[in-house]
Ligand binder design. Structure first.
Ligand code: FMN
Length: 184
């Protein structure tokens, strides 16, 4: 069993990215992983924007990254890139916070014009933080995600099928993490 930190990088209170991610968390949990959700928007803005490395919420986030075997990083595409709040958090983590970790990058966006934002914007940052293995990511169009008032979410069939595949590839890659493979 792997510990997976599932990070939503949206600042929005009604985030489609967050809803989608929590839906995917259930699939990972059903596969036996321990999933820990982290919504960047819950971290105090003063800590993020004031570069307060010692703020308890930043220290706690850094510990969650350190303890995780795998990290899912999901972001809305804003201005052709990942969100500013996600970058604000990543900037406050140790340089090599992703060393030895398997990472699944995900994005949601309004236009297929930015479908490659994961690869040209997010992936290099994750790489610079030492990620051992960044598996294939996925971009989901916002119109394929319907958030309901009760907190649930509906995802268009083609999109959920593609997402299920990348989540399962991530899950399989976690199983090949050396210390977890040795334990099983
Ligand atoms: C400030 C802002 C900038 C955006 N810029 C882009 C963009 O450059 N490319 C794109 O495809 N979608 C863009 N979008 C659309 C969002 O990426 C999309 O609606 C996403 O699913 C929102 O996720 P969220 O609800 O988790 O914030 C933008 C939305 C906002 C609010």
């Amino acid at each position: 069993m792997a510990t997976v930190l599932s990070v939503s990088g949206s600042p929005s209170a009604s985030s489609r990215t967050g809803r989608l991610l929590r839906h995917l968390d259930e699939r990972l949990a059903a596969q036996g992983h321990r999933v820990i959700p982290l919504d960047v928007r819950t971290i105090p803005a003063a800590a993020l924007l004031g570069a307060d490395f010692r703020h308890p919420a930043i220290v706690e986030a850094a510990e969650l990254f350190a303890r995780a075997d795998g990290v899912v990083v999901a972001t809305p595409v804003y201005k052709a890139s990942y969100s500013g709040v996600l970058k604000a958090l990543l900037d406050l983590l140790p340089q090599y916070a992703l060393t030895g970790k398997t990472v699944l990058p995900l994005a949601t966006g309004g236009s297929t014009a930015h479908v490659l934002a994961i690869d040209y914007a997010l992936r290099p940052v994750l790489n610079s933080m030492g990620a051992a293995h960044i598996v294939q990511g996925w971009f989901t169009l916002d119109k394929d995600i319907t958030a309901h008032e009760d907190g649930s979410v509906t995802v268009a069939p083609a999109a959920i099928e593609a997402l299920a595949q990348v989540v399962d590839q991530f899950s399989a890659a976690l199983g090949r993490t050396p210390h977890l493979a040795a334990a099983s």
